[in-house]
Every structure is written in structure tokens, then in C-alpha cells.
Design a protein around this ligand. Structure first.
Ligand code: ZN
Length: 334
């Protein structure tokens, strides 16, 4: 079972030398980071969405482990702003920051100022959706463009306090480059936003096969703890359950694709037949996942849901209204 009991805001020790900092309910911008402290050195996996939230994480780990009052190394799992903006925290200014080439390129092309301008210029439903997502939860002041100091392709191996840390770059699925951090000695994995419990998968690129491959890779490590980018801590059994769910979505979409059903109608039909997955949050977002699956089946590997970001946000806004109206049974418990 996903560890809902320990899913509370703050720092949680997950192994001898690893900690997860979690931020329920895990909505947009409220991600889980992780720390590994060994031999007087500290590694941070991802950062918070703004400096204030990142400082809270650094305060918490500094209090638990004095050696971590200075974090020497940061690894970024992917370029989404909630995972990377925090490298602006003054206390991380001297840290080595590792990111994949694709993640670093995204950060260079969409630095904080440009991102703030872009979201500031949104109109209509796209604006309504971003305002809904952001609420008053974040403070984006003080953000500058800080490029990662160490850029890798395919993955990299780090040494923190004499311990091996492996970073593996996955093929596109959640983003174009999703990186997994594995600390074999601790039996701990930070899987970025690849998987999460209690909610539907959010596939933004047309590659369910890549996601399944990465889940299999994570399972092959037989870790004790899998820290997801959002949501409660997972173990190997939870990961296997998520794998079964992903295959369910893949085969349900495939059947309808083969029958020539258009993507919107196929999504609605799947929403009517979710079986054991009726209780998951975020059913409205399945529209994007099924669309990406249809692209994958068609061999269209260039289309992705972020290609038109304002359009993506406006569609989210519309789905957030229309799907609960059509399928109230999927939202009754929330
Ligand atoms: Zn993400």
C-alpha cells in the first residue's frame, strides 16, 4: 500500500541516510524532493517551486543532519518548474547542479523571467487555469536563470560521501527527458514524476512503452523505497500495481484505436469503464494520456500535449468542468 500515513508536509527519514521532503496534497508545484547525506556530504534530488519552499526544505534537512547545512550537489529529474526553480535559493548558489542536456536546454529556453512573462500573458481559459493551479501558494520573486553546472546525456554516476549514486536518463514519457536517481546502498530511488499513487497517469509525450520500460528498470533494482515526484512513498508492490494500471490503460486505448473510435469518444468510453481504477483522482486528465497513446499507436512521435501550452491549459480548464458533469460518479468522493 502507498504510505499514506507518512504523507505529511515536511521531512521524513526513509532509510539510514535518505530523507524525503513531502508536500501534500501534491498538486501542481507541491512536489517531493529527497536528500542523501553521507560522509559529511549532502545530495538534494530536485528543488522546490520557489525559493521560500526550497529554503524550508533546506532548513529541515539542516536541522536533521548538520552535515547537510550545505548541500554540495543537486540532481534535477526534469525541467518542470516545480522541480527546478529552487536552484535559485541563495544557499544552493555554490552547489554542483546536474541535469540532462535536454533538461538544461529547456531551462535555458524557458528561464524564470520568460516563464513568468509567458504565464502573465495568458488569456481566457488558459489564464483561469493557471490562476487555479497557482492559487496563492507560491512566491516567484528572486528567480534568475541559473544554468546547471554539470550536463549529461543518457545518465551519470556521482559519488557522495564515498557512496555511489546513479542517475539514469529515460526516453520521453512524462517529459522529453525524465531522470531517475538510484542509491543502491540505501535501496532508495527518486523517480521524478514518472509514477504516483492515487491519481491517474499524466502522459505528456506519446510513449507509454518508454514509461513501462522505466518502471521495469526501477523494479529490477528491487529498492525498499520509491520516492515519487508527487504523492506518498511507494514500495515495489505499489510499483507493480502501477505497472498493471499502465498496461490496463494501454490495452483499453489500443482496443478502441483498433476499432477506429476517435480519441475523444474513446476517452469517454474508457472513463465509463475504469473498473478498479474508478477511485483515482484526475480522471479529467486521461484525455491527454489517451491522446498520447493514440499518437504512439499511429507512429506520430512528434506530437505532445505541451506543443501549444496555452491551448493545453485552456483544455485542462474545460475538462475540469465538463468531465465531472458527465461522470459525477468519478468525482463524488473528492
Ligand atoms: Zn513534472
Amino acid at each position: 500500500m502507498p504510505d499514506w500515513k507518512r504523507y505529511s508536509t515536511g521531512l521524513h527519514r526513509v532509510s539510514d541516510k535518505c530523507y524525503a521532503y513531502m508536500q501534500p496534497p501534491g498538486n501542481w508545484g507541491l512536489n517531493n524532493t529527497a536528500f542523501f547525506v553521507s560522509g559529511g556530504e549532502a545530495l538534494m534530488m530536485d528543488t522546490g517551486c520557489d525559493i521560500r519552499l526550497t529554503d524550508r526544505m533546506l532548513d529541515a534537512i539542516g536541522e536533521a543532519e548538520p552535515a547537510a547545512s550545505r548541500v554540495g550537489t543537486v540532481v534535477l529529474t526534469h525541467w518542470h518548474v516545480d522541480h527546478v526553480h529552487g536552484i535559485n535559493a541563495p544557499r544552493l548558489r555554490g552547489s554542483r547542479v546536474h541535469a540532462s542536456r535536454i533538461c538544461a536546454n529547456w531551462m535555458a529556453n524557458l528561464p524564470p523571467r520568460r516563464w513568468l512573462e509567458a504565464i502573465g500573458s495568458l488569456e481566457g481559459d488558459a489564464r483561469r487555469q493557471i490562476e487555479y493551479l497557482l492559487g496563492n501558494k507560491f512566491d516567484f520573486t528572486g528567480l534568475d536563470y541559473i544554468p546547471p553546472t554539470d550536463v549529461f546525456e543518457g545518465g551519470t554516476e556521482l559519488e557522495v560521501g564515498g557512496c555511489k549514486v546513479s542517475v539514469i536518463e529515460g526516453k520521453p514519457c512524462h517529459t522529453r527527458s525524465d531522470n531517475i536517481v538510484h542509491i543502491p546502498e540505501e535501496g532508495v530511488v527518486h523517480g521524478g514524476d514518472l509514477v504516483s499513487a492515487g491519481r491517474h497517469v499524466g502522459l505528456q509525450y506519446p510513449f507509454m512503452e518508454n514509461l513501462l520500460e522505466l518502471v521495469d528498470l526501477m523494479l529490477s533494482w528491487d529498492a525498499q523505497v520509491y520516492i515519487p515526484g508527487h504523492g506518498p512513498l511507494l514500495d515495489a508492490r505499489d510499483l507493480r500495481d502501477i505497472r498493471t494500471y499502465l498496461q490496463f490503460m494501454q490495452s483499453e486505448a489500443r482496443r478502441r484505436y483498433d476499432a477506429g473510435i476517435p480519441v475523444a469518444a474513446a476517452t469517454e468510453d474508457i472513463l465509463r469503464n475504469l473498473g478498479p481504477y474508478k477511485g483515482l483522482r484526475g480522471a479529467e486528465n486521461l484525455f491527454f494520456t489517451i491522446k498520447m497513446l493514440f499518437c504512439e499507436f499511429a507512429g506520430d512521435t512528434t506530437d505532445h500535449v505541451r506543443r501549444d501550452y496555452p491551448g493545453y491549459l485552456a483544455k485542462q480548464w474545460e475538462l475540469r468542468k465538463s468531465v465531472p458533469r458527465k461522470f459525477p460518479e468519478l468525482f463524488a468522493q473528492f
